[in-house]
Write a protein that binds this ligand. Structure first.
Ligand code: NCD
Length: 306
């Protein structure tokens, strides 16, 4: 059987994505039932870039399935500092473990790594390119909190140029019926053409004005301006606070709109919003752990109907 990898959302068919959503729901209702599914399995988390949620949710997921973890959190402690290539690192590690989750600052690195890996490799974020497991998390969040993945107006706000989470989310959500995107960003941080080219023109609009569209949205997906991707730090300083949603502004939103964010937030969501029922970004983190449990099961060929 071919080794399955997850590099970008569309590596999964819609049917498989839906199976993962259902499995994640079942796991969340009865996690104890899955506590030994991965007994004896080993996962490597290779994080060449900082992470809190993605790495710890993968590690929590594998531990909760009964599996174990090895890995590193930071390129400094790996042989990449000695000049080792991604391919050589991954080829080596895939001799030790059953599955790998990797984050790397270089766009395209996950694809390169997957070609060298003998075991399933999951892209946990490659530069400004893709972040498919955040997207699976986001789909599970929207499905659970909005009732379905169809017929929503989704506002994506902030750094749409460098934000890998929004690139992946658009790719995945555009597979569902009745989805309309509103891309809200400063001119300098617009959604790349490579993402827009995959969409029918009727599926999106673009604006730099959050207030003008806030009342139309079912989902507001906020993003952090990605400081680490800027060559010009003055440009970052100028753009970093382009959008801030707070308890005052949200009065103009629908009463059942949800505010999502992959986190970490900087200033773009005021903490005074945290107690609003529409603020779901911390709930979103929990969905991420259940989704990663489901994904590990699928890629390790466990029984996903249990
Ligand atoms: C995101 C990422 O790493 O792309 N974080 C995450 O995985 N939850 C978003 C970000 O860092 O802004």
């Amino acid at each position: 059987m071919n080794t399955r990898h997850l590099i970008k959302p569309n590596d999964l068919s819609i049917e498989e994505t839906n199976q993962l959503l259902e499995l994640a729901d079942r796991i969340s209702l009865n996690p104890a039932r899955y506590a030994h599914v991965c007994d004896g399995n080993l996962m490597a988390t290779l994080f060449f870039e900082p992470s809190t949620r993605t790495r710890l949710s993968f590690e929590s997921a594998m531990n909760r399935l009964g599996g174990r973890i090895v890995g590193f959190a930071g390129a400094d402690s790996s042989s990449s500092t000695k000049g080792e290539t991604i391919s050589d690192t991954v080829k080596t590690v895939s001799n030790y473990v059953d599955i790998i989750a990797m984050r790397h600052p270089q766009a395209g690195s996950a694809e390169i790594a997957s070609k060298a890996s003998f075991v399933p490799l999951i892209n946990a974020g490659d530069g400004d390119n893709q972040h498919p497991t955040q997207t699976l998390t986001d789909l599970l969040t929207i499905k659970n909190l909005k009732g379905s993945l169809e017929n929503h107006v989704i506002g994506l706000c902030g750094d749409l140029k460098y934000g890998r989470t929004v690139h992946s989310l658009v790719k995945a959500m555009s597979n569902y019926e009745g989805i309309k995107f509103i891309f809200i960003s400063p001119d300098e941080l617009r959604m790349p053409d490579s993402i827009k080219d995959g969409l029918d023109k009727s599926m999106y609009e673009e604006t730099d004005n959050l207030e003008s569209v806030l009342g139309d949205l079912d989902v507001l997906y906020m993003t952090r301006v990605q400081r680490e991707r800027f060559d010009d730090i003055d440009e970052y300083e100028r753009l970093k606070d382009s959008y801030i949603i707070n308890s005052e502004k949200i009065k103009y939103a629908k009463s059942d709109m949800i505010v999502m964010h992959p986190l970490p937030r900087v200033n773009e969501i005021s903490t005074d919003l945290d107690d609003d029922d529409r603020a779901v970004y911390f709930k979103q983190t929990k969905f991420g752990m259940y989704m990663r449990m489901a994904l590990i099961m699928m890629l390790l060929n466990k029984d996903i109907n249990m």
